[in-house]
Design a protein around this ligand. Sequence first.
Ligand SMILES: Cc1cc2nc3c(=O)[nH]c(=O)nc-3n(C[C@H](O)[C@H](O)[C@H](O)COP(=O)(O)O)c2cc1C
Length: 195
Amino acid sequence: MTLDSAARKAANFTLNGLRPYPIAVTTVSGGRSNGLIALSSGSGSIIPEAPRVMVGLSKYNLTHDLVMESGVFVMHLLANGSEEVLDASLKILMQLGGSSGRDGDKLDGLSTKVGVTGSPILLDALSYVEGRVVNSMDCDENTVFLADVVAAERLQPSERLNIGDAWAKLPKEWIAQYEANHEPQLASAMELRGL
Ligand SMILES: Cc1cc2nc3c(=O)[nH]c(=O)nc-3n(C[C@H](O)[C@H](O)[C@H](O)COP(=O)(O)O)c2cc1C
């Protein structure tokens, strides 16, 4: 089923309002580390002492396959604040969100440490939760992963970076690259949904 243009606009308005923060998802499988940027993440439990995190990853993306194999990932919020802080966040966003790890090591040049799951933690992020997958849902075009939070840390005292502020600061050339990368991803999603 597809929507007419008025309903599509209203759906975008509603759903985009639910995803204000870009997150950096990293993982490792068989010694291969990688990561991407996502907007489809959220809390997966109401229990403060046993939090859970969920994220939806497109099957088109390498990070999806690595999380599927290893069952571990780290979900980072990015930081906003001084020019230096914002630049470090945009570097993460551009490095992880505009191309695929299938074409090269995207973590190269980013400061990381190894988390308790073995996944890389991005040291210039604002904060992170590290998760072990407890369940996943196959949604044709993507997989929604639900994970127990097994470690978490606030890395700096800055503000959260929201997606509007990030888009306003991203260079035009990078946005063009992102859009070129997005096209085959969208085509793959539609095919997997039978649309
Ligand atoms: C703002 C933004 C939001 C994104 N949201 C998602 C998302 O929710 N899920 C997803 O799988 N990819 C999302 N992407 C796309 C991936 O970050 C992108 O395709 C990445 O190049 C995949 O890399 P990989 O193949 O190395 O995993 C988003 C990208 C951007 C810039």
